[in-house]
Design a protein around this ligand. Structure first.
Ligand code: F3S
Length: 753
């Protein structure tokens, strides 16, 4: 339908040359990840061996994918770049702006009614600039990408952190901020620090209740939410080749939850089967010609400890089903240990909802395995205790699952079949009673479970598991239900056991769909008019940011954030999603979820202008009105979570000059740089403790801003005492130019003028 076989052929045809050259330069066999990276160098053949975790390298990705929430700001920025068409095949997917409430038909129509202005904007910009457009209801971006665009050995970027899902089809696919996507759309190189490599050797084979999801839940438990930072995770071994392509997608998808740059698998027969099943024989035929180049050299997997920076081994024969959570995806509990852990921690054991779907687990295989469990509830006379909600991943999956009777099985349990969209996964869930903020437990097959993420209720304890485990737990209504050992009482008072799930890797009768929901762009879109009304609440044309300059003095502390501060804390999702294309309106959520280190409250900071406490956005707007710059201070892994550049653009728009933290999540750090701000880390972590509520910051040597050179800041406290602290940064020459120009986009526009 929409993939570009010529582009894929081009990528493959140069591969031998470039990979061989890279091997020569690097002087050893290469991993699969390295082959892809070296085949996508912006400057062509490798002339040097890049240092993992150190070298900044320019790449030329094959594709770009954007979802509707992030595409708005990305395309508003692209419109400023002065180009006629996107330089690289790009697609836009409408999946985030659809709320789950009643069921697919009504919810989709409501979303269209509420967001038609945004959908029309995205459609017209897509038409104008040669971008493929996937309409609301067509599916979740990463499932649609896997079905249509991902290809072994390819490189893709996407304005969503779960772009990494495409690693399931052997890609290096990386989530970026909209500003990075704009660079590539405008025909520029895309810069990335050459990643480190973590190898995960999968021995044994999945069986019974254990699913691909359990592999990544285990990896998350081992590596934690920071463990993959700056690294590509490459999976290999008999356990890898024996699982399905969509299962691999699930594993790669949740690589975002360990902070990994991306995850990938070498090309194998499961990928070939998936390509053929999704109507891409030509891609499979091409890939088969280059098999050796689409996976690591044999020596690498034979002696992985020599070639990866870190190596993990998981025996799938011994792996138990896991539930990870609550509130963080790296807190793993194997089934069988939950009663003890939940009791110790006060997690409610009664489960109210089981949600199946999201980009993580919404393939045909996922639905079929969960349905095989659900069917047993009917067949064995069980009464389902929790409510069920299902989000199919794409119209193709939904249509096929409906045809094959899978959806009917869930409907027989009174499940709500929501739109083929993100829904509860992104807080787009109008859950009845959520505003009562009752302590409760839900289980889902999604990827993230931060507080408030699904339903806005901070007391909802969300646990992540495989679709089949979610189905079993929803039926039993117990968080500590262990399907391997436990029984459930049926209507007749008999204790029954659920059989192991069964399913289909691919639909036995093939995929089918009537209207996949795709709209190709006009060949010549120059006449298309893009409308953004002046009084729009949802969309706002951008005004270039002014450079912050090389003298920042008298900057005030806006907030010292305590503990976890994700992009959800910095720029909340849920109801705020509707303002993703309107920078000034969405800035009213700036940092409202961050915990103030001085009073441990959210959205309550002291204004140094009045001495009063007030909401973060209003306090910051008052500083801006007075022309006073501000500083945000944060803890470890600041900005973890999603790729949304709003988390950088909002503080920038409101006048924050610098964010100083113990450590950054990669995408957020880059986003701050792109928006022309200072993203800095304490050279001495303990200096975080020096920062007081009434502090003023003077940057002493910003006029000498240079790569690999720490900056010095004088921190003046309320009593007049001073501390001089050193802060590190990772800006290279070019990124310093972004800072000096006011933003990366200002630099692009100047070059295109
Ligand atoms: Fe959507 Fe949730 Fe995936 S928001 S893209 S389904 S992580």
């Amino acid at each position: 339908m929409a993939f570009d076989i010529e582009m894929i052929k081009e990528t493959y045809s140069r591969m031998k040359d470039r990979v061989d050259a890279a091997k020569e330069v690097v002087g050893r066999p290469l991993t699969h990840s390295e082959k892809i990276l070296y085949n996508h160098l912006w400057d062509g053949k490798a002339t040097e061996s890049y240092v993992r975790g150190k070298s900044y390298v320019d790449f030329a990705p094959d594709r770009i994918a954007c979802q509707d929430a992030t595409a708005q700001m990305a395309l508003l920025q692209f419109m400023q770049a002065g180009k006629d068409k996107v330089a690289v095949p790009t697609t836009v997917h409408c999946d985030h702006l659809i709320q789950a409430k009643i069921g697919a038909d009504k919810d989709l129509q409501n979303a269209i009614n509420q967001s038609s202005e945004v959908f029309n904007f995205l459609e017209s910009v897509s038409n104008k600039y040669g971008i493929g457009f996937w309409k609301p209801g067509a599916g979740i971006i990463h499932q649609v990408v896997l079905e249509n665009y991902a290809f072994p050995g390819g490189m893709m970027i996407g304005t969503d952190s779960h772009t990494v899902n495409a690693g399931g089809l052997g890609m290096v696919a990386i989530g970026v901020g909209g500003a990075d996507a704009v660079d590539v759309m405008a025909g520029m190189a895309w810069e990335l620090k050459f990643p480190k490599l973590i190898g995960v050797k999968l021995t044994g084979k999945l069986s019974g209740w254990t699913a691909p999801k359990d592999v990544i839940l285990k990896v998350a438990d081992i590596l934690t939410v920071k463990g993959g930072t700056g690294a590509i995770v490459e999976y290999f071994g008999e356990g890898a080749t024996s699982m399905s392509c969509t299962g691999k997608g699930t594993i790669c998808n949740m690589g975002a939850e360990i902070g990994a740059t991306t995850s990938t698998f070498g090309y194998d027969e499961s990928m070939e089967r998936y390509l053929r099943a999704t109507d891409r024989d030509d891609v499979a035929d091409e890939a088969n010609k280059y098999k050796d180049y689409l996976t690591a050299d044999p020596e690498v997997y034979a002696n992985p400890e020599k070639y990866f920076d870190e190596l993990i081994e998981i025996n799938l024969d011994e792996l138990l089903p896991h539930l990870n959570g609550p509130f963080t995806p790296d807190l793993g509990t194997p089934v069988g240990e939950m009663t003890k852990k939940a009791t110790e921690n006060g997690w409610p054991l009664d489960v109210e909802w089981g949600l199946i779907g999201s980009c993580t687990n919404s393939s045909y295989e996922d639905l079929s395995r969960a349905a095989s469990v659900a069917k047993q509830a009917v067949d064995k006379g069980l009464v389902t205790k929790a409510e069920f909600g299902i989000n199919p991943g794409s119209e193709q999956v939904r249509f096929t699952a409906e045809r094959d009777g899978l959806l009917q099985i869930f409907e027989d349990l009174d499940a709500r079949i929501f739109t083929n969209a993100c829904g509860p996964c992104i807080g787009q869930w109008d859950r009845k009673g959520a505003d009562e903020k009752k302590k409760n437990t839900i289980v889902h097959s999604f990827n993230r479970n931060f507080a408030k993420r699904a339903d806005g209720n901070p007391n909802t304890h969300a646990f992540v598991g495989s679709p089949e485990l979610v189905a079993a737990i929803a039926i039993s209504g117990r968080l500590d239900f262990n399907p391997l050992t436990d029984t459930i009482k049926n209507k007749n008072g008999e204790e029954v056991k659920l059989d192991e799930p069964t399913g289909f890797e691919l639909p036995p009768k093939g995929f089918d769909v009537e209207d996949p929901g795709y709209q190709a762009p006009m060949v010549d879109g120059s006449g298309v008019e893009v409308v953004v009304k002046d009084d729009s609440n949802r969309l706002q044309l951008l005004t270039p940011f002014k450079p912050l300059g090389d003298k920042i003095e008298g900057a005030k502390l806006l907030i010292k954030a305590f503990g976890k501060c994700t992009t959800d804390h910095i720029s909340m999702a849920g109801p705020w999603l509707r303002f993703r294309g309107h920078l000034d309106n969405i800035s009213d959520n700036c940092l409202i979820g961050a915990v103030n280190a001085f009073n441990k409250e959210t959205n309550k900071v002291k204004s140094q202008l009045t001495g009063e406490y007030g909401p973060v956005p209003a306090t910051q707007r008052a500083y801006k009105a007075e022309g006073i710059k501000t500083v945000v201070v944060g803890d470890h892994n600041y900005g973890e979570g999603s790729s949304r550049e709003h988390a950088a653009m909002e503080p920038r728009h409101l006048g924050v000059a610098a964010v100083i933290v113990k450590s950054f999540a990669r995408i957020h750090e880059t986003n701050l740089k792109k928006q022309g701000m200072l993203g800095l880390t304490f050279a001495n972590e303990a200096d975080y403790d020096l920062i007081q509520e009434d502090d003023t910051f003077n940057f002493l040597d910003l006029d000498k801003f240079a790569p690999d050179t720490p900056l010095t800041i004088e921190v003046v406290h309320a009593d007049g005492s001073k501390d001089e602290i050193k802060v590190n940064h990772t800006y290279n020459e070019n990124q310093i130019k972004w800072y000096k120009a006011g933003s990366a986009l200002n630099l692009i526009a100047a070059e295109n003028a």
